[in-house]
Design a protein. Structure first.
Length: 109
């Protein structure tokens, strides 16, 4: 049995993520040159690496730079949206299918 909070999260993802992904797709197609999914996969890796590097520095004691961290997190989301759109992945559907497999489940009665 799926945890009620997981069920609520799935509903929120299904209702909220799809229109955001469509808006990213429209913006990317209108304002930028076409790129293959491989480009966006590499971009996603690069942006995630930049975010990880900031966290590594923070972990080692560097003063936090929350604005820079937020900027890199936004880059990761943008790159993920662009990759999913280029690859034809419905991210809301994929997340809704994944959450029950990784979420907390209720014990069987």
């Amino acid at each position: 049995m799926i945890h009620p909070l997981c069920e609520q999260l799935i509903e929120s993802v299904e209702q909220g993520l799809a229109p955001i992904q469509r808006a990213f797709d429209a913006y990317q197609n209108e304002c930028f040159i076409p790129r293959p999914p491989e480009f966006f996969a590499l971009e996603l890796c690069g942006e995630a690496g930049e975010l990880a590097n900031l966290e590594k520095k923070r972990w080692k004691g560097a003063p936090p730079n929350d604005a820079h961290t937020a900027d890199e997190a936004a880059d990761v989301l943008i790159a993920l949206m662009n990759f999913c759109n280029a690859r034809g992945i419905d991210l809301a559907a994929a997340v809704a299918l994944k959450l029950p497999r990784i979420g907390t489940t209720l014990p069987s009665a």
